[in-house]
Ligand binder design. Sequence first.
Ligand code: C5P
Length: 237
Amino acid sequence: MADLIEMDAPVLTEAPVITIDGPSGTGKGAISHLLAESLHWHILDSGALYRLVGVGAHKNGILLNDINALKKFTIEMEVYFSRLYEGSLELNGEDISTQIRQESSGDLASQVAVIPEVREALYERQLAFRQMPGLVADGRDMGTVVFPDAVQKFFLTASLEVRAQRRYKQLINKGLSVNLRDLLQDIETRDERDSLRAISPLVPANDALVIDTTDLDINQVFKKVLIAIQQALNLGI
Ligand code: C5P
């Protein structure tokens, strides 16, 4: 009898992970944040890591075709997150919180993100965020590559126009100067680069729940996410 009970009981050897992937402006950052707060789980903003590499390389005059220097920088960079989500961020002792959120940093991030050596170097760092009681991982390849064994995977989408509008509001609220038409163009270029790259492209995992957020506000999306998680995990949130 005791043996049977042991066989039936799932043994949780690693912290559970929920992944939230999708292009920018779909609300995945905000949803990840709300979810991590509700569950009291850790959060990984993987886009911030790619932004740090892009901005750091730029600041240090490392050319994007100097793969060895980029790889070394990615492995050695010292990162300090003051808060888990959108708090201040330090790179090698310098506060780059404002700069990191600019659209130009997103562009630099997506340029370094096509380089296999950079992705490989960031892979280990991302795995280290997986700690008890659990992790909400936000990115592009969280469910497909980094945490394929996630207990629940989401992929958020929305029309290009709506995503650009949302990003516009976010950046303006942060006091950053931005032009809507340029932003739309930047997002389109970034989407294309992220979706067409050979390694870890932006695609939904086969087992991801795809949510189109075009006509939904953040609370409506969060409700859908919670329902799916409750059904999948019986978490009683
Ligand atoms: O999510 P965020 O806009 O901060 O991501 C910036 C860029 O980093 C993305 O456009 C993408 O190129 C890259 N990225 C990635 N894989 C992730 C997260 C971000 O390639 N998991």
